[in-house]
Design a protein around this ligand. Structure first.
Ligand code: NAD
Length: 259
């Protein structure tokens, strides 16, 4: 059987990079992506390729730009011939009370965290339909199922991602293409690290108190989830064992949404 290709948006860091490791280890050709075009981005692709003896390419595309989202998919197909697995992972965060929330931050979060998945999915589906197989895996969040104060744009985008995931699942259900979301709780990545100062300010707390009482307050295990655990969930959803799992979301949140 021909080797499958996986695209992971926003994958030079954090959860996306974890998913890239997991998919490369599972033998996929992998496309990693971000909006930068630095030497280290391309070096990262080479490192992954060497580590897992598979093909890995870095393609620059800004997920806030619809045309670039679609071009990412087309360039990936030019490179490897197919797109079998699409992981919509790119995401940013901004924390502020709604009446102080800068409109340009709202627009950027909706564009990168939600609308990019529309563009990449729309571009990937014709290729998946032609191949008669495909996997759309959207990295949503526990914030796709629950709200927290000061995160209006993020919560709105992630709830939107879950609605989009379900709609796509129904549209392609008979084509052997599945569409699912993963809802991580807190995973200690650069995105989360960057939220800590804002949360300290918003809650008037020190770093340790924010981590324990704000971030992990709802995470029943009181432990961060890991990028490896999210990566393993991606590989499972991409597998044939998950062929009848579609239109749903899988929480990897230490029990957050059980309450
Ligand atoms: P991160 O900041 O480590 O990674 C974000 C990635 O997105 C980076 O590779 C970054 O370069 C990329 N990115 C940002 N803007 C982009 C743009 N305009 N175009 C292309 N790429 C862009 O963050 P992370 O924590 O790994 O987050 C990854 C995803 O997981 C996000 O969608 C986030 O909402 C989601 N998530 C994270 C957590 C968590 O606790 N870390 C929890 C739930 C969901």
């Amino acid at each position: 059987m021909a080797k499958k290709t996986a695209i992971i948006t926003g994958s030079n860091s954090g959860i996306g990079l974890g998913a890239a490791h997991a998919l490369a280890a599972a033998g996929y050709n992998v496309i990693i992506n971000s909006f930068t075009d630095r030497r280290e981005d391309h070096e990262l692709a080479k490192e992954l390729a060497a580590k897992y003896s598979t093909e890995v390419a870095y393609i620059k595309a800004d997920m806030s730009n619809g045309a670039e989202c679609r071009a990412l998919v087309e360039k990936s197909v030019e490179k490897f011939g197919t797109v079998d697995v699409l992981v919509n992972n790119a995401g940013i965060q901004f924390v502020a009370p709604v009446e102080e929330f800068p409109a340009e931050k709202w627009d950027a979060i909706i564009a990168i965290n939600l609308t990019s998945a529309f563009h990449t999915t729309a571009a990937a589906l014709p290729h998946m339909k032609k191949a008669g197989w495909g996997r759309i895996i959207n990295i949503a969040s526990a914030h796709g199922l629950r709200a927290s104060p000061f995160k209006s744009a993020y919560v709105a985008a992630k709830h939107g991602v879950i609605g989009f995931t379900k709609t796509v699942a129904l549209e392609v259900a008979e084509k052997h293409i599945t569409s699912n979301a993963i809802c991580p709780g807190y995973v200690l990545t650069p995105l989360v690290e960057a939220q800590i100062p804002d949360q300290m300010k918003a809650h008037n707390m020190d770093r340790e108190t924010v981590i324990r009482d704000v971030m992990l307050e709802k995470q029943a295990t009181k432990e961060f989830a890991t990028v490896d655990q999210i990566g393993a969930t991606v590989v499972f959803l991409a597998s044939d064992a998950a062929a009848q799992i579609t239109g749903t979301s899988i929480s990897v949140d230490g029990g957050w949404t059980a309450a």
